[in-house]
Design a protein around this ligand. Structure first.
Ligand SMILES: *[C@@H]1O[C@H](CO)[C@@H](O)[C@H](O)[C@H]1NC(C)=O
Ligand SMILES: *[C@@H]1O[C@H](CO)[C@@H](O)[C@H](O)[C@H]1NC(C)=O
Ligand SMILES: *[C@@H]1O[C@H](CO)[C@@H](O)[C@H](O)[C@H]1NC(C)=O
Length: 579
């Protein structure tokens, strides 16, 4: 009894003492309940001995396993995110979109039988009577007849063809210009720059039916490549999905660029704040986006980058120009390629003479006292790597940057050369970029001093292929404005744009990175920078005209061509040195 009463008394006193702290307890208990409720899913898996590490892992787990496709999203909601076009911008955008309009069949084609078949199709060299004589500077016209797998002529346009004229014996190649007559017939025009044998090569990259699928994916699944960010605070970390556009059903963090207004969002982490984002990376690719029937339109060796045979001759012999009738550049108005290969060397058709920088000392002499600022995707990181590897005195400065991501810096302190590479801002599918290194090109350009010793190189295309074209236009608009400001405050700055290039395609790659997407973006780039004081390195033609297979990252001989072209603009041939 006594004991019982004593215990009762002790408990009472304890309770009295504790009750002083009751408000604190209530707060503590409520926050625990709130925490439990918010993390019921995570804590289910938690055992009593859970370490902080396990806690952190289990909090991250639901984000890792949830497919972003499970969340309903409506991309048209995003087009309004801060996007208010001025009347001039709206007119330009409309004009640009019109310029890349692609012909469509009148009725959708859903069966392989009725789709374009390269092996049933054929090309013929015009005129058909074989008494025509071709001379250097003339144009060659080729007519392509597209047929379906049942051998019936196609009645509509929209097939994606790429054409090349080449001569392995002469190390020569030049691209052709394809004109879609929208009735199953296509003309291909070639300018004839060399004397000798010339073989015609026409490839069907995608039948029109496949292009329709790509168009639909671009409209309906712009999030088929998705991204993630890691958030970290002390020992806690969380990972959430990020994109240009997210479902409004979940709370998100807004990382829209204050300066350019370009949108970027991540789902809000459960525990951590939006300010604790530490990195950005590619999260994955949505799968099963097309039906098994549609997959048949993307078959290697069948209808994906497959040559179209000739119905007769597939080559011609080009004669030298005659004295009386020089053709020369006059005919280039019809179709003027950016250049052509001859004896394995790129010959630009504009006024600049391409110098060969075979000797690394010549490259160093050309770059002496220069700063090269290279911004963009991995296809221009190749330039940084090429120069850093080639030049003996140019040493990469160790910034402890992640491999392939950067930023990278190379310095030749003897010759006063500095080369910098930095990737462009999101969307970028790199492995993991620290948030504090995630910069927009337009913002970087604002910090460039510029002047005649500065060369700025830009390459922005590949990471935009899965998004609506408006997203790319918006990005280029802000970069173009920054380029113009740079040229205004520091005239003499050389600004170089590297264009897109065709690449190796299979079914999977086509859905995310098809040359068709690249071609469309490339046309936008050329349109938006047309007439401005920038140099275009035509990676498209340099890759397409070359005999090496297409690759997202073109092989060294093609990179050398691009670098020689770049250096020829930095250091044009000085004829006064050779009296
Ligand atoms: C799109 O926006 C509308 C209104 O702003 C909203 O009601 C709707 O839920 C949004 N849809 C998605 C999928 O986020
Ligand atoms: C997306 O939202 C817009 C308006 O916010 C609506 O007109 C459109 O039909 C929606 N699309 C889909 C696929 O839900
Ligand atoms: C995101 O932030 C930008 C400005 O920083 C603002 O204009 C925009 O409306 C915000 N978007 C959303 C969806 O909150």
């Amino acid at each position: 009894m006594k004991n019982g009463r004593g215990r009762h008394w002790r408990i009472k006193t304890m309770w009295r003492n504790l009750s002083k702290y009751s408000p604190l307890f209530v707060v503590l208990i409520l926050s625990c309940v709130a925490f439990l409720l918010r993390n019921i899913y995570s804590l289910e898996k938690l055992d009593c001995k859970a370490s902080l590490y396990q806690l952190q892992q289990s909090i991250t787990a639901p984000f890792r396993t949830r497919s972003p496709g499970q969340l309903e999203r409506n991309w048209s909601n995003c087009s309004s995110h801060g996007l208010v076009l001025s009347p001039e911008e709206a007119v330009e955008q409309e004009h640009l979109l019109k310029s890349i309009a692609w012909p469509e069949p009148h009725l959708p084609v859903s069966s392989l039988h009725h789709s374009s078949s390269p092996s049933s199709s054929s090309f013929s060299i015009l005129p058909l009577e074989n008494d025509r004589e071709w001379r250097v500077g003339d144009h060659l016209e080729v007519l392509v007849h597209m047929r379906d797998f049942r051998d019936r002529p196609k009645q509509h346009g929209g097939d994606f063809l790429l054409a090349r004229l080449h001569s392995p014996e002469l190390g020569a190649g030049v691209v052709g210009h394809v004109v879609d007559h929208e009735n199953g017939l296509y003309s291909v025009l070639f300018w004839l720059p060399w004397a000798g044998k010339a073989h015609v090569e026409i490839n069907l990259v995608h039948p029109s039916e496949a292009v329709q699928v790509l168009k639909r994916l671009r409209e309906d699944n712009p999030d088929r490549v998705y991204f993630k960010s890691q958030f970290r605070f002390g020992p806690f970390s969380e990972t959430t999905i990020c994109n240009l556009c997210l479902s409004t059903q979940l709370p998100s963090c807004n990382y829209t660029n204050h300066h350019t207004g370009e949108p970027w969002f991540c789902y809000k982490p459960k525990l951590l704040s939006c300010n604790s984002r530490v990195s950005h990376s590619k999260a994955g690719y949505l799968k099963h986006l097309i039906t098994s029937r549609e997959e048949l339109f993307f078959q290697r060796l069948v209808n994906l980058k497959v040559p179209i045979p000739s119905s007769g001759l597939d080559s011609i012999t080009v004669l030298k120009e005659t004295e009386e009738k020089p053709n020369g550049a006059a005919n280039l108005d019809i179709f003027k390629p950016a250049g052509f290969y001859y004896k394995e060397v790129w010959r630009p058709t504009n006024d600049v003479l391409l110098r060969q920088f075979d000797d690394t000392a010549a490259v160093t002499r050309c770059l002496e006292g220069k700063v090269l600022r290279i911004y963009g995707d991995s296809t221009v990181r190749q330039w940084f790597e090429y120069l850093t590897t080639a030049l003996p005195d140019l040493k990469e400065f160790n910034l402890n940057s992640p491999k392939n991501v950067g930023p990278f810096l190379s310095v030749d302190s003897v010759h006063n050369i500095l080369i910098e590479y930095r990737c462009h801002g999101p969307p970028i599918r790199f492995s993991s970029v620290a948030t504090n290194q995630l910069r927009y090109v337009a913002d970087e350009l604002e910090g460039v001093e510029g002047g005649s010793n500065t060369v700025v190189v830009l390459s922005i295309w590949s990471h935009f292929s899965t998004f609506p074209v408006e997203v790319y236009i918006r990005r280029l608009r802000s970069i173009r404005a920054a380029v113009l400001r740079l040229l205004d405050r520091a005239p003499g700055t050389l600004v170089v744009l590297r264009t897109a290039n065709p690449q190796d395609l299979d079914t999977e790659v086509s859905l995310y990175n098809s040359d068709w997407f690249s071609l469309q973006l490339d046309a936008i780039l050329r349109g938006m920078f047309y007439g401005l004081d920038v140099v275009l390195v035509d990676a498209w033609e340099m890759t397409l005209a070359h005999h090496l297979p297409h690759a997202l990252h073109p092989p060294p001989p093609i990179i050398k061509t691009m670098i020689d072209f770049l250096l020829s603009h930095i250091c044009p041939e000085d004829t006064s040195a050779f009296p």
